[in-house]
Design a protein around this ligand. Structure first.
Ligand code: AMP
Ligand code: MN
Ligand code: MN
Ligand code: MN
Length: 283
């Protein structure tokens, strides 16, 4: 397949959200890793896009401006990636300002949970580590630094994931809002890591039906959180719902062994890739 000769990574994070590398350092690493087409998709922020685009132009990488928006759908946290967005679209930016404020409020509530168990310094450090987007990942980093967890995963397992003592639920944007912002900004909306939501077939079909109806066009088929059988299953869902397939490492840090920048499995042959109509020469 021709696409195999071009390396796409359409999902990753920088210090503009919960990634470890600055946008410029991230793009330089992508160049080293032989990525040809890179999308930066920080959580609820476009603050890293300009720097990434400049470095991409210097290194010869084709750059796609992106976003990963936090959505609440039927009480579940769902991430929707937007690819090829125009970040100057006002409604998108207004929505992202609101989401970042919701994140700050949730972080303060998480901080109260930690204070109650005698760990007030976790919140203070998380706020120092975070820029404009405060994420549970920053709490996890603080917990690792303060030796309350041996690694990020354990920090989530012990304190931060749903059901654990410092977890606080929040209401993010609706699916309709997120797709409206992405489409209004001229982007393509893609369901991030769909196998991670633990939806059964019936629920996934209902979700994708609604997603497509609201103007969503793609789902990630190949990504670091999918096993090979999960990628095949997602390829089935893409086919059944007439959706395009995307690939992304969801890279956050060079220290994470299971998500390396530019490293994803190729899409199954039967998939129609999200980039099928992209005019790459003009990127
Ligand atoms: P938030 O958007 O603030 O709720 O935080 C979610 C982020 O935390 C995700 O984007 C991941 O980067 C990270 N994350 C979520 N769950 C885990 C986990 N179990 N282990 C490691 N990182 C996680
Ligand atoms: Mn993240
Ligand atoms: Mn995500
Ligand atoms: Mn992500």
């Amino acid at each position: 397949m021709a696409s195999n000769s071009i390396c796409y990574d359409l999902h990753c994070h920088s210090t503009a959200s919960d990634g470890a590398l600055s946008p410029a350092a991230l793009v330089r690493l992508a160049a080293q890793q032989k990525v040809d087409v890179l999308a930066l998709t920080d959580h609820d922020s476009t603050a890293g896009l300009a720097e990434a685009a400049t470095t991409a132009a210097e290194t010869g990488i084709r750059f796609i401006p992106g976003i990963e928006i936090s959505v609440t759908w039927q009480k579940r946290l769902i991430h929707i990636v937007g690819l090829g967005i125009d970040e100057s679209y006002n409604e998108l930016q207004n929505g992202l300002v609101r989401l970042r404020e919701d994140r700050r409020q949730r972080a303060a509530a998480i901080g109260e949970r930690f204070a109650k168990i005698g760990m007030a310094e976790v919140y203070e450090r998380a706020c120092e580590l975070a820029g404009d987007v405060v994420s549970r990942s920053h709490f996890a980093m603080a917990l690792v630094e303060q030796k309350a967890a041996k690694d990020i995963q354990q920090a989530f397992r012990k304190y931060l994931q749903k059901g654990k003592r410092c977890y606080v639920a929040s209401e993010w944007s609706s699916l309709e809002e997120a797709l409206g912002w992405i489409n209004g900004a001229g982007g393509q909306a893609v369901v991030a890591h769909p196998a991670r939501y633990n939806m059964n077939r019936t629920l996934m079909n209902a979700f994708l039906e609604e997603f497509g109806g609201l103007g969503g066009v793609g789902i990630e088929v190949s990504c670091s959180s999918h096993s090979a059988p999960q990628a095949e299953l997602m390829a089935d869902f893409a086919e059944a719902h007439g959706l395009l397939a995307s690939v992304g490492s969801d890279f956050h840090s060079p220290d994470t062994s299971w998500a390396k920048l530019g490293v994803t499995h190729p899409l199954p042959e039967r998939c129609r890739p999200i980039w099928q109509d992209w005019a790459l020469d003009s990127i």
